[in-house]
Design a protein around this ligand. Structure first.
Ligand code: HMG
Ligand code: MG
Length: 310
C-alpha cells in the first residue's frame, strides 16, 4: 500500500511522506481528570513504558496550579525521576511564568501554553480572557525560547465549546495567528469535547492552513462521539496533517469540559492509520500495555477498541 498521500487541499500537488508523529498526552490529559490521586511511581512507570513505544513526544505532566489540577501536583517529581530516552521529547503544560520556572527546574525540553477559541471556556479553565491569557504567554514564550525550550500552543474548543456551542473556524484561526506571532513552534487544535465530525475538521483546516505550514499543526481529538479516528484519517488523507495527540487507552478529559470523554486512544489511532497506508513508527501493542498498566490503578474500564479484542 502506498505510504504517500495526495495533499490535495493543503498544498495543491504537494505530496506528504505519510510518516506520522504521535504526541502521547496520556500522562497529562489522560490523568488530569481522574477522580483519585494516582501514586507518583505509577505515573513514572507509565511515562517510562510510553518512552519505549516509538512515540515522538510525551506530555509527561502539567505545571499548572495544584489547586486547579491536584491530580498532577507531583509533575515536578515525575519529571525528575523518569528515564528519558534520547529520541523522545518530554513536554509539560505551562500556564504562566511560575509554571515556566517549574519546567525549567526539571529541564523539560518543551512547554505547552494553552488558551481557547471560546471566551467562556478560557474563563472557566484559566480564569482569563483569551487576550489576557495570550498577554500572560509573552514572557513565558520568550523565556522558554531563551532557554532553548520548544513551545507548543494549544487552542482548546477549536471546533465546539461546552458552553458556547459551535465555534467559527475564523475564531480559532485568529487565536492561532496571535500565538504564531509570539513565536510558538507548533499549534495543537483541540476538539476538547470530542464532538467534531470530518466535515467540521475540513472547515477548520480550510480556514487555518493558509496561515500555517501543516507540519506545524497537530490535531487533538477527544472521542466523545466516536468520530476521532475518522477525523484524524480525514486530516491526514485530505490535508496531509501528520501529527496527532492521543492517549494510551483513551484516557483523558478536561475538568472544565463536562461529559467529554478521553482523548482518542493512541493504539486505535495507530491501527487505523497503519491500515490506511500511513507509516506510524509506534508499536500499538506496547502502547496498549502501557495503558493497561496505568489503567489497573484507575479502577475504570479501559476505553480503547483494540484492548477489547486483544
Ligand atoms: P488563578 O486561580 O486565576 O490565579 O490561576 P492565581 O494565578 O492567583 O493562582 C492561584 C493559586 O495557584 C495561587 O496560590 C498561585 O500561587 C498558584 P495561592 O496564593 O492561592 O496559594 N499558582 C501556581 N502554583 C503552581 N504552579 C503554577 C501556578 N500558577 C498559579 N504554575 C491558573 C490561574 C491559570 C494558574 C489556573 O487557573 C490554572 O492552573 N489552570 C489550569 C487549568 C488546567 O490545567 N486545565 C486543564 C488543562 S487544559 C486542557 O485539558 C485542554 C487541552 O487538553 C486541549 C483540548 O483538549 O482542547 C490542552
Ligand atoms: Mg485535551
Amino acid at each position: 500500500m502506498s505510504s504517500v498521500v495526495n495533499d490535495r487541499k493543503a498544498g495543491g500537488d504537494r505530496l506528504t511522506t505519510g510518516l506520522i508523529r504521535i504526541i502521547e498526552v496520556g500522562p497529562r490529559d489522560g490523568l488530569q481528570n481522574e477522580p483519585g490521586i494516582i501514586p507518583t511511581e505509577n505515573k513514572i512507570a507509565f511515562v517510562n513504558a510510553l518512552s519505549r513505544t516509538g512515540v515522538a513526544e510525551i506530555e509527561a505532566g502539567s505545571f499548572v496550579s495544584p489547586k486547579a489540577v491536584p491530580q498532577l501536583a507531583d509533575s515536578d517529581e515525575v519529571f525528575r525521576k523518569i528515564e528519558r530516552m534520547p529520541h523522545v521529547v518530554y513536554s509539560a503544560l505551562v500556564p504562566n511564568e511560575r509554571g515556566l520556572e517549574r519546567a525549567r527546574a526539571v529541564a523539560a525540553q518543551k512547554i505547552a501554553v494553552f488558551t481557547a477559541a471560546s471566551e467562556t471556556f478560557a474563563q472557566r479553565n484559566i480564569h482569563a480572557t483569551i487576550r489576557e491569557s495570550i498577554d500572560r504567554f509573552v514572557p513565558v514564550i520568550s523565556g522558554a525560547k531563551r532557554d532553548g525550550m520548544a513551545v507548543r500552543g494549544y487552542i482548546s474548543t477549536a471546533i465546539f465549546c461546552p458552553y458556547e456551542g459551535r465555534i467559527e473556524p475564523a475564531r480559532s484561526a485568529e487565536v492561532m495567528k496571535r500565538l504564531l506571532d509570539l513565536g510558538v513552534d507548533d499549534i495543537s487544535l483541540g476538539d476538547t469535547i470530542g464532538k467534531a465530525s470530518p466535515a467540521d475538521v475540513r472547515a477548520l483546516l480550510d480556514t487555518v492552513l493558509p496561515h500555517i505550514a501543516r507540519e506545524r499543526v497537530s490535531l487533538h481529538f477527544h472521542d466523545t462521539y466516536g468520530m476521532a479516528v475518522a477525523n484524524a484519517l480525514t486530516a491526514w488523507k485530505e490535508y496531509g496533517i501528520e501529527t496527532f495527540d492521543s492517549s494510551a487507552g483513551g484516557l483523558g478529559g478536561c475538568p472544565h469540559a463536562p461529559g467529554a470523554s478521553g482523548n482518542v486512544a493512541t493504539e486505535d489511532l495507530i491501527v487505523a492509520l497503519k491500515a490506511s497506508g500511513a507509516t506510524v513508527p509506534v508499536d500499538e501493542e506496547k502502547v496498549m500495555a502501557a495503558g493497561r498498566q496505568i489503567g489497573g490503578t484507575l479502577n475504570r474500564p479501559f476505553a480503547s477498541r483494540l484492548s477489547k479484542i486483544s
